[in-house]
Design a binder for this molecule. Sequence first.
Ligand code: PLP
Length: 381
Amino acid sequence: DFDFASRVARVEPSATLAISNLANELEAEGIDVVDLSVGEPDFDTPDNIKQAAEDSLAAGDTGYTSSNGIPELRTAIAEKLQADGVDCGAENVVVTPGGKQALYEIFHTLIDAGDEVVLLDPAWVSYEAQARMAGADLSRVDLSPYGFQLEPALDDLAATITDDTELLVVNSPSNPTGAVYSDAALEGVRDLAVDHDVTVISDEMYDEITYGVEQTSLGSLDGMGEHTITVNGFSKAYAMTGWRLGYFCAPESFVSQAGKIQSHSVSCAVNFVQHAGVEALRNTDDTVDEMREAFRERRDMLADLFADHGVDVPVGDGAFYMMLPVDEDDQAWCEGAIEDAHVATVPGSAFGTPGYARLSYAASQERLQEGVERLAEHGYI
Ligand code: PLP
């Protein structure tokens, strides 16, 4: 028998696993499943980015890079963040194999056993797991009574954050709600973070995917430079989930500590993928605009389809997710929806908010329509 570390015992297997197992079983039987559970764009990576990777491979960019990333990419990332108003230089950037690894390094750089981490529910599934693996105790603020907005929940947040709080995670636009937090909400976060000397992870993974609103980068607010660690990546904005490329931007003192974890674990992100990342940041605006427009049309269509069936779904201004109100036992609802209607969704309880199912609209309009029709036919809406 293995003598397992408490680290793994503190973490549950992914709640989305049951759903994807069911989907796989049905598909193996030849059944057509409308998969609205996936957290990735259904688009292929833009051609100019693929070409840049091919050119880089052909040029022999196949060895290790410096651990924190190639200078061209760190500079391009710093320039992107400066354009967002964040005071960031190349020396503040660590390039990681995906945003998830960036988050892993941040939690492990800051959290000692028993430190308090505050999450805003519903929260993306991996924050809790990563915080727990690092030994954190979790406190949670529920945004669901407030239509998933943060501004009306600021008093609740103020009641939760104390001088013992080490870290707060803010994710705007949000996975799973699509909410984009208002500037007033972010200013409220700033005041609390400064007052209680709390570090805030600002996960801006979906910042390029907003509809008619601008997402303010938390680190651009006065006084937040020293308190914010900005996390982002290429998976969602550039349809590059499988390339594994992300980054964080932090004060230099933080970079030198987190850099130890990076250098002793993954060493660096893939060399030619980093070169492709420079191309993504510098020359892909038009394709990003097209993908954003497609997501916006799908969001509007999906919300209209639910409205036609008398279901009012809170619609966010960003990302490509919606939280559909379902039965209190959302796990059973999601299992039923996939078994009877052959529509795959993710239970809200996986994100800390039972009573909802998360739908991804990173699927074609035909598939979204088919999904809603099947849910209606089988009495799920
Ligand atoms: N943060 C959020 C909110 C996400 O939804 C995801 C991916 O689903 C990530 C971070 C991590 O993305 P990646 O590791 O592909 O960069």
